[in-house]
Design a protein around this ligand. Structure first.
Ligand code: GLY
Length: 370
């Protein structure tokens, strides 16, 4: 049960391998990339406790030397301080231009390690071994790397494509249920934005996927990655179509900012709720059928996911303040808020042509029904 998806980017093309037990098989998969039998691994302390020793055994079993640095877990790691520490450590390890850095972990480690690899000696290659569902279907593929700034998330970074991605679907067994469901928000996004048949499939198989059905997991991760790879190959640096991947993100980022990027709302939860709001807005503007947001909500509820603003604990700012937070998103172009809206399930498009009053009214109503 092993799938491969190619990301067709010319001389920067690479493969995403998807299936169970890829960490155990990493020796053979990584070896062909190496100029000398040595790798350095960046990970976090939680993931290290679960997956570093199996990875080390797999690589050393293939005759590859391994040095590893485990950073603290959590979003706060994605800043200058830990980047400086990681790059300093990589230099101490005498990583050379032709060496490979391995990112073992979720989105935080993938983004930080990828950025460290991008700036080290003006760029060394790296391999992503994503261990969260969100990282497997989104952040490990496509080459967006970086860290957060005091001014906002992901504002410092570079496009730097990995040389290989190993998405070990058995590693997802160790994910807390809430993190798994948050990652599922990004899986759902692919069905919603461009593949209505995938959404139908998720309605039928989502519960089995969460319960651990490996074939369903491999199927969902593969279909998600295939869609992302296609979009990235068309628009690597987000001049156009790649922005479709931000469905649900403008609302989601505002909600994440309003909740202080805390455990009150995980990124994938914000994306799922943001998709529901984007569908509501589309229905209000007469772009899609009224049934579409209801169908999406019914699936989110059936999966036990956060669906409406009432599912966020504690206070939220008023609609005007939420709109201001949306305007701070880095996807603002020439001061115009860009939205990803839909004509139906599986049919998203990009527009800057959304009246401010419509968004304000939607947020007011969503807050009032909490
Ligand atoms: N996560 C959105 C993108 O990679 O473009």
């Amino acid at each position: 049960m092993r799938e491969k998806v190619s990301v067709a980017l010319g001389e920067r093309a690479y493969e995403v391998v998807i299936g169970p037990d890829l960490i155990a098989g990493a020796g053979a998969l990584v070896a062909p990339l190496l100029a000398r039998p040595r790798v350095v691994v960046l990970t976090d302390e939680t993931v290290a406790g679960l997956h570093l020793e199996p990875l080390r055994r797999a690589l050393e079993g293939g005759g590859i030397d391994v040095a590893a640095l485990a950073l603290p877990p959590g979003e706060a790691t994605k800043g200058w301080a830990q980047l400086q520490r990681a790059v300093g450590w990589l230099l101490d390890q005498k990583v050379e231009r032709n060496d490979i850095v391995i990112a073992l972990g979720g989105g935080v480690i993938g983004d930080l390690a990828g950025f460290a690899a991008a700036v080290l000696r003006r760029g060394v290659r790296f391999v992503q071994i994503p261990t969260s569902l969100l990282a497997q279907v989104d952040s490990s593929v496509g080459g967006k790397t970086g860290i957060n700034a005091a001014q906002g998330k992901n504002l410092i970074g570079a496009f730097h494509q990995p040389s290989l991605v190993l998405a070990d679907t058995a590693a997802l067994d160790t994910l807390p249920a809430r993190d798994f469901l948050a990652g599922y928000g990004e899986v759902l996004k692919y069905g919603l934005l461009g593949d209505g048949a995938f959404f139908d499939w998720l309605e039928a198989h989502g519960p089995a996927l969460v319960a651990g059905d490996m074939a369903a997991r491999v199927g969902a991760v593969t279909r998600s990655v295939r869609m992302k790879a296609g979009i990235v190959a068309r628009d690597e640096t987000e001049q156009g179509d790649r922005a479709l991947l931000n469905l649900g993100h403008t609302f989601g980022h505002a909600l994440e900012a309003a909740t202080g990027y805390s455990a009150r709302l995980l990124h994938g939860e914000g994306v799922a709720m943001g998709c529901a709001l984007a569908f509501d807005l589309s229905a209000r503007l007469g772009l899609c059928a009224q049934e579409d947001p209801s169908r999406l909500r019914a699936h989110l509820r059936a999966m036990g996911m956060k669906t409406d603003l009432g599912d966020i604990s504690g206070d939220l700012p008023d609609a005007g303040a939420l709109l201001d937070l949306m305007a701070q998103d880095k996807k603002v172009v020439d001061g115009q808020l860009r939205f990803i809206l839909v004509r139906g399930i599986g049919d998203a498009f990009i527009t800057s042509d959304v009246p401010r009053e419509a968004v304000l009214g939607l947020l007011e109503d969503a807050l009032a029904s909490r």
